[in-house]
Design a protein around this ligand. Structure first.
Ligand code: SF4
Length: 249
């Protein structure tokens, strides 16, 4: 949805024409490896071992250097989660959990033909009978006040459909490099139904309209992270190589 709203041409490359990405951006490789390390660590692999496992997928020296710096945050985060689990009655942990809903917002399988809206949560904790905490790892640089409203509201709508016993939802952005977790205010289930679900549906409709318009280019700062920029005429006009230290996963 956010891809379609940001650049319909990118959406067409990726999801309509299914063009293999001509280049994988370094930040995407690093972000993926960090997610894998965190996934293993949250599932019980000792953090150093988890980091070493995911490191094997990288080879570039600069990327390895960045990866090593970021993985220093894996152990503290795991310890923080373990502390949370000791203090709260965590009924279940979900890691890299795929969620999907139908058009009427009832849950369905991620790859099911009737899946209307999908998302993958990095980690979620159902605790104290009626609370759900959802955590999203961010491996890019933390920008104070960053708005990820659309993405986070989408997670809330998916979560409310799947975890019906939860009455209150919390969303945490885990900034890996800063070793910080930024929590949203709690959101009640009723608010998700009454306010957020209609807003997410509106966004889906806007994204569908943007796609219907055809593969229109919409160049902007995001072109610097676009894996298809070598194929895109719009990017040739404005793009100059920029080396990033972060990602936008
Ligand atoms: S380079 Fe920019 S305009 Fe072209 S497809 Fe990618 S994001 Fe869209």
């Amino acid at each position: 949805m956010s891809t379609a709203l940001r650049c319909p041409r990118l959406f067409h490359f990726r999801y309509v024409e299914k063009v293999p990405e001509p280049e994988v951006m370094p930040e995407a490789r690093i972000g993926k490896a960090i997610h894998v390390a965190l996934e293993h660590a949250l599932q019980g692999t000792p953090p150093t071992e988890a980091a070493a496992k995911a490191r094997a997928d990288l080879s570039d020296e600069h990327e390895l250097h960045r990866y090593d710096a970021l993985t220093a945050g894996v152990a503290p985060f795991t310890e923080r989660i373990n502390r949370f689990r000791r203090q709260r009655r965590v009924l279940r942990q979900f890691v890299e959990y795929s969620l999907a809903v139908r058009e009427d917002l009832t849950p369905t399988q991620f790859y099911s033909g009737d899946a209307f809206y999908r998302g993958v949560v990095d980690a979620a904790y159902l605790y104290d009978d009626e609370h759900l905490a959802v955590v999203d790892h961010k491996t890019g640089r933390r920008v104070p006040g960053t708005s990820m409203r659309d993405q986070l509201e989408g997670y809330l709508v998916l979560s409310a459909a799947w975890w019906k016993s939860a009455r209150t939802f919390w969303l945490g952005l885990h900034w890996v490099a800063e070793r910080a977790v930024e929590w949203s205010p709690p959101v009640a289930a009723a608010e998700i139904t009454d306010r957020l679900a209609p807003s997410v549906l509106d966004n889906i409709e806007a994204a569908a309209l943007a796609i219907d318009d055809g593969p229109r280019t919409n160049p902007g700062p995001w072109c610097d992270r676009c894996a298809y920029r070598s194929l895109c005429p719009a990017s040739q006009e404005r793009w100059e190589p920029v080396y990033f230290d972060d990602d936008d996963d």
